[in-house]
Design a protein around this ligand. Structure first.
Ligand code: TRP
Length: 329
């Protein structure tokens, strides 16, 4: 069975775009692949060196993924910092990673621009740590967005380089992986583009009803249909797209028809959409709260994940140590 691996930075809660995109992907993949999903808390220190609340952030993200249906029995769900083998592989890989090539990566250059006051070595070697994450489980498929493709390419390069330098066939080359081509892309409420963290336009699973109402009521619209059956503008299409994911089919049909015959009132559309989003997210919010309150369950989940991840990681690390020339004393 092929191994799939993805890391999740513990910054920011899951929004509807994540839910209908990456998370649905993970849930499907855990049924048919050997999946590793982990919280990249070491990586988060490259941008947030003194996190206010690291433990609670990790807990929140874990609870959110569990509430969405990541199954810790089927997948290996773990916290990066609980697996010291990753740090050792990172150290060893750093010896064969060149400063020049790391300086040229787009993500590094972006970060240098974004935080000129903190260009730390961890930032430079971020892709080396990411490579260690991936190849320590010999993963071949990495489900990531466009922005992460270069990092996967670097992982491929370092896996290949390791094999060549020591003349072994230790690591397979990981590939970016897009599971469902036909996954729903949730747009933002700001008239164009997608819902995303960097766009700052998310509606979160863990969000108060009042706050959701406010966001939806502020959504961008247009001047209204000017003639029967006229083309739907992008902002309105976006509202319909979200409605398609969270509302009953007859609700969508009602407003689509109202648009076509020019009787639509955007205020009504938004009110209905807000209530349907709230009805959709409320059970998740409740579940996230239940999981966070159940310390024993969370402890058991992390124990199990750590155990499974370390078992797999230490196997690879033994091999790597031996390949490089370390011997048992
Ligand atoms: N760099 C990824 C991001 O910013 C997170 C990440 C860390 C990751 N390690 C990984 C993703 C390994 C895929 C595989 O989202």
């Amino acid at each position: 069975m092929e191994t799939v691996l993805s890391g999740i930075r513990p910054t920011g809660n899951l929004h509807l775009g994540n839910y209908f995109g990456a998370v649905q992907n993970f849930i499907k993949m855990q049924e048919s692949y050997n999946c590793f999903f982990f919280i990249a808390d070491w990586h988060s220190l490259t941008t947030h060196p003194t996190p206010q609340d690291l433990h609670n952030n990790v807990t929140q993200i874990l609870a959110e993924y569990l509430a969405c249906g990541i199954d810790p029995e089927k997948a290996t769900l773990y916290v990066q910092s609980e697996v010291p083998e990753i740090a050792e592989l990172y150290l060893l890989l750093n010896m064969n990673a060149y400063v020049g090539e790391l300086e040229r990566t787009t993500t590094f250059k972006d970060k240098v621009r974004a935080q000129p006051e903190n260009v730390n070595a961890g930032l430079l070697t971020y892709p080396v740590l990411q490579t260690a994450d991936i190849i320590i489980h010999k993963a071949t498929k990495v489900p990531v967005g466009k922005d992460q493709e270069q990092n996967v390419e670097i992982a491929r390069k370092y896996a290949r380089r390791f094999n060549q330098m020591y003349n072994v066939d230790c690591f397979p080359e990981p590939m970016p992986f897009n599971f469902g081509e036909n996954l729903v892309k949730i747009p933002g409420l700001d008239g164009s583009g997608k819902m995303g963290k960097s766009e700052g336009n998310g509606i979160f699973l863990y969000e108060d009803a009042e706050s959701i109402r406010k966001k939806v009521m502020r959504a961008v619209t247009d001047a209204g249909p000017q003639a029967p059956n006229s083309e739907v503008s992008e902002p309105i299409q976006n509202l319909f797209t979200i409605m398609k994911s969270v509302s009953q089919p007859d609700t969508l049909q009602y407003f689509t028809e109202a648009y076509a015959n020019c009787t639509i009132r955007y205020g009504d559309l938004k009110k209905q959409l807000a209530e349907d989003i709230i009805a959709f997210t409320t059970p998740f919010k409740q579940k996230i709260e239940d999981i966070k309150a159940n310390k024993k369950y969370l402890h058991d989940v992390v124990q199990l994940g750590t155990h499974k991840a370390r078992e797999s990681a230490s196997k690879t690390l033994q091999e790597v140590r031996s390949v490089i020339g370390f011997r048992q004393w």
